[in-house]
Design a protein. Sequence first.
Length: 106
Amino acid sequence: EGGWTDGSVELPDLKGAIDVDIFPTPFTNTLPIRRLGLGAGQSANIAVAYITLPEMSVTSAPQRYTCIEPLKAYRFESLDSDFKCDIEVDGDGLVVSYPRLFRRMR
């Protein structure tokens, strides 16, 4: 249900964050894309545990995913900044292209 702890200490800032977003990797975008199962035109706002490497800092981050075409294209938006990007995925929901940041190599 999105409860997080550091050892036995509850982390209330992360309450409700079901997914993780680890920077720098596009793999963690696959988690909400698969879990949400959005149809074309559908959107969902979520909270994630945003982890930066190598610092290992963890913060709550509000995000929105909008399905452009199921298991093909999604719009990702960071709701606490101006960042948005259309992500291309394969049939398994794995990121193929994340413009300006990542592209899967063959």
